[in-house]
Design a protein around this ligand. Sequence first.
Ligand SMILES: [Zn+2]
Length: 323
Amino acid sequence: MSDIKIGIIGGSGLYELEGLTDVRWTRVKTPFGDPSDAYCVGQLGARTVVFLPRHGRGHRLMPSELNFRANIYGLKALGVEWVISISAVGSMREDIRPLDLVIPDQFFDWTRRRPSTFFGDGIVAHVGMADPVCSDLADRLEAAGRATGATVHRGGTYLCIEGPQFSSKAESRIYRQWGVDVIGMTNMPEAKLAREAELCYSTLALATDYDVWHESEESVSVEAVVANLLKNVATAKEVLRNVIPQIGPPRRCGCPMLLRNAVITNPSAFPPRTRKALDLLLGKYFPSRRPSPPHPALSPRGGEDKGEGARNRVRGRRRRGRG
Ligand SMILES: [Zn+2]
């Protein structure tokens, strides 16, 4: 098995990936419950591909029912470092036509009831989301998308709604005023959790329809979505076959170090159970069997900084924590 492991999360319409060799389906137990399905692990040339059907085989899980934490944790546990999220979306812009490809660089989280962090239960971390997508991975996806001859839109904001209903016309009009580019139901909190897990994450969004705002096009329906989905799935598979051989180490982006300065809780205060559950994420920064490294926020003398400097830093960190 190759050390270069690439995760693919298959969205609506994409439940299996043909062309892999040495395929096995692997179940992963996680501290956060069960992933959507077993992971399909196989080889594509010199790469190991770890594929997860986001909604489970047979499309059994609606967006609100997805265990995003378990899905991302499972990829990390299997050694994945890059994650490509294949996602069906509605277009919120005239010039993003059905069957076009979009590689969003921003997300707007409009979901309402989804656990969206691995942290909590005594360990607090604030991961930066200013740039939620790995631009190196997005570069490769863009090139692979253009090689298929499809129209590719690089960049754009993906609005994630709770669903499962499609939007009302009023909602769709308001979302357009917000300046979003595509609308979907699954990339949040998936992208947030991929950041916390220090994975390179990028979405390949495939437009199926114009949502409900368009005056001359029909409003979105499952029937219309499915017809375009089938065409989009063929394109997505071609993009994946192009891009997977192009992905590999070293990761020169900032993704592998996203947690380095994100944990604000003093390690001496980590509850052992939570620390254990998060070992996969925290182990490299806070080795469990050695003494904890000095932590400036709460250590008695402010680490190596003393006096005002340390106090300011504590205040700065608290401020960054937004309460
Ligand atoms: Zn990256």
